[in-house]
Design a protein. Structure first.
Length: 202
């Protein structure tokens, strides 16, 4: 995933056998695009496990797939927690026994954040087993292909930067305040790709 405080997007690997999806999906046609950036500064790359060539511009072919239209919400993840008794790392470190339910009313409609890669995978496994369909996390190439519309652009809406609130440069001594530093799902009208996927930038 692209950030530690992250939002989850899902991919579906099979055609739906039901009238409705548990998660609204968008079909993405196959294609090729230029991934990477030759202007990337190779600072700290020497200590990275990723080869420098991976940052260079290179053509990538992507097969067709379906990706969730919106970020997975706090509500979605709480359903997973409650149905399985799953414990996240943040829950294990909390003194609250019902850690996720305590904040459900306040965080309802917000993307779930502070979820680890493994926890996101476990959510996918649970949803796959629950529905009988295959859900997984997108690869880096799939995510970038959708986020850039398969074009050489920095943002889902184009090449020009547009500032989106809230400002994430908060005072670390004051702590992370969920509803002040995260925006609700579907709340940023401009943050949408040509294919209709919402929230890939914010």
């Amino acid at each position: 995933m692209r950030r530690v405080i992250m939002a989850i997007f899902l991919l579906a690997g099979s055609i739906s056998l039901f009238a409705t999806e548990p998660v609204e999906m968008v079909f993405i046609n196959s294609g090729s695009f230029i991934m990477g950036n030759n202007d990337f500064t190779f600072r700290d790359v020497e200590v990275s496990s990723v080869p420098q060539r991976s940052y260079k511009e290179h053509e990538v072919n992507v097969s067709s797939f379906r990706i969730s239209k919106y970020e997975i919400t706090y509500d979605d993840f709480v359903q997973f927690i409650n149905e399985t008794g799953y414990e996240t790392r943040s829950q294990q470190r909390s003194i609250l026994k019902n850690y996720w339910d305590v904040f459900l009313e306040e965080y309802s409609g917000y993307p779930v954040v502070s979820v680890s890669y493994i926890e996101a995978l476990d959510y996918c496994y649970w949803l796959s087993e629950k529905t009988g369909k295959t859900y997984r996390l997108p690869t880096e190439a799939e995510w970038e292909f959708v986020a850039t519309n398969g074009e050489y652009q920095k943002y889902p809406w184009g090449k020009e930067y547009i500032h989106i609130e809230p400002d994430m440069d908060y005072n670390i001594s004051e702590g992370f305040r969920y509803t002040e530093h995260v925006l609700p799902v579907r709340s940023i009208e401009i943050d949408i790709t040509e294919s209709g996927v919402v929230g890939l930038y914010g």
